[in-house]
Ligand binder design. Sequence first.
Ligand SMILES: [Zn+2]
Ligand SMILES: [Zn+2]
Length: 367
Amino acid sequence: METSATCSLCGPIPDYATEYYNLDDSERKLWRQALLLKSHKLHHDDYFVECPECGALFLLENDIASTGSGDYDGLVLTRLRAEDAAVLREILHRAGRAIEDPAGLAGRLLRLPDDVCNVVLIDLWSRDRELARRLLPALAEHYVARGCGWLWGFLMGFTNTPEDATLLLGELDRHAATPGLDHLRALARATVCSICRSIATHATSYPYAPTKFRLDALPRDLATLRRFGASSRTDVWECPECDSLFYWRSEDGLEGNLSRISEPTDKVRACLQSAIDGKAIDSLFRRGGEWERMAFALGMRSGADLVRPLVPRMVGRLASEPERWLHDALCELARDPATAAAVLASIAKLKRTNPLVDSLAARARAN
Ligand SMILES: [Zn+2]
Ligand SMILES: [Zn+2]
């Protein structure tokens, strides 16, 4: 428990210390020391705390233990190096002062430790949006040159309002396409889109979260998009202006979830072409999860021949994850006697079975 400070107020606080929350109040020495400092609340539960005597800054983080019991949750207090604290004070104490040299400030920010820089930038969205906008060109430049996950998160903050998204698009236009930038561009284009931005598919701040709808009460503007008409249980729409894709999935064909598709849009698009081939379906199916279902539905639009090669894998999936749609899809394919034989051959190779597999076997044998 060492300290590098000589300050009368924060000197006794170690440069790095942890403390469990479930101690008695009398034992929570670190917590009481932190209370003497001025706090700058950040997003979630992280704070910067600042010494009112000497200006030293500490990052105070909640460390939530993976046990989930709460017994091992605690706080982590880290004293920032003097040069890092100086950069942070420029931001925390800006108070509307003009930003003379945003590129210089961005450079100093990026030299902060990654975790500190990350919370500072995310925090800027609520604390100082004007500063976030001024830093955009330099930070976008840095992201393009280096790539870096948390910086991508900062840039994504610009896709939340049409004004900021327009700003971001102007910035992205100066750079060549890369997958990371393409994803940002797609998000920003959807935010400013005159056709589909009104289709709110998200109750949360995450734009790709699915939202519940009834099939007969989908958002009205969806009707202005191109619908691919796979089925009442699985369907896709594409916006002619921003290329956004919307995905509908339903268990009963009456109620379901509508969401924007973030990834893998290229694989989905390949399955929407009129010249769809088995390779495109196979590639989307391999993404697993709900994409298997979409690959099947989009493939079936061109007929069973395209999706028949998926039978062995679909049977395997039905055995490991018994889902109703897989059972129904395989039953549909098994109406063709040759496919029924292929279904039974795949079932014969299974190490274990379940009621849905048994039901499929009975249907296939009857054909
Ligand atoms: Zn101090
Ligand atoms: Zn659109």
